[in-house]
Write a protein that binds this ligand. Structure first.
Ligand code: GSH
Length: 202
């Protein structure tokens, strides 16, 4: 299986770390694919009309996207029923933490595009402020409401760790650790896992 993308993308890293955590690290390789929001990557477009990374290409060359579906696919192939639990209550806690982490990641990537990709003269400062506020609100919620799920290794905790790693890499200025000691402890602990160390950002 190939995952098309770049590890700097929090969504791509979530999938690579997932492969490692469910025991498929030797069956998944990263195929480098770069994307820019204003351009089409023609090779990627053959696999996904959406043109975003990640896209997983199965051994039979079928495309699977987006990251949430890839994570579920990998857990399914591995026969791992704890990573996205079957049980109702646990399942929707994990999936909602996944959605929270991905919502923060989307805002982080959007903010990066506002700052680094948006053509000069076309900036929209109020939108960038909204993205910063969304990131802060999401992190506050993660700090206060999610430690039962963050405690385990599952799609939600992996997504949270990759999102925090992305904020460290691209948005250090946001100082996300300030006032969030439980999240800081979570990240320190999770970043020491082999799966995270196997896919460093720098
Ligand atoms: N919902 C998608 C989001 C993926 C995403 O936004 N990827 C970014 C890179 S981090 C991308 O491909 N951006 C290119 C673009 O917006 O055209 C997922 O979970 O896979």
């Amino acid at each position: 299986m190939k995952i098309h993308g770049d590890v700097i993308s929090p969504f791509v890293r979530m999938c690579l770390v997932t492969a490692h955590e469910v025991g498929l690290k030797d069956r998944v390789q990263l195929a480098a694919a770069a994307v820019k929001p204003g351009e089409v990557n023609a090779e990627l477009a053959k696999l996904s009309p959406i043109g975003k990374i990640p896209v997983l290409e199965t051994d039979h060359h079928h495309p699977i996207y987006d990251s949430r579906v890839i994570m579920e696919y990998l857990a399914h192939v591995a026969g791992n029923r704890a990573y996205i639990p079957d049980d109702g209550v646990k399942r929707f806690r994990v999936l909602t933490l996944l959605a929270l982490a991905q919502g923060i990641a989307e805002a982080g990537v959007g903010l990066r595009y506002e700052q680094a990709q948006r053509p000069e003269g076309a900036q929209w400062p109020a939108y960038a402020d909204r993205l910063r506020a969304r990131i802060a609100a999401g992190l506050d919620d993660m700090e206060n409401q999610w430690h039962d799920v963050l405690h385990g290794v599952n799609a939600g905790s992996v997504a949270a760790a990759c999102t925090l790693g992305y904020l460290d890499f691209r948005h250090q200025v946001l100082s996300w650790r300030t006032g969030r000691p439980k999240l800081k402890a979570f990240a320190d602990n999770f970043n020491a896992r082999d799966s995270m160390k196997a896919w460093p950002l720098a």
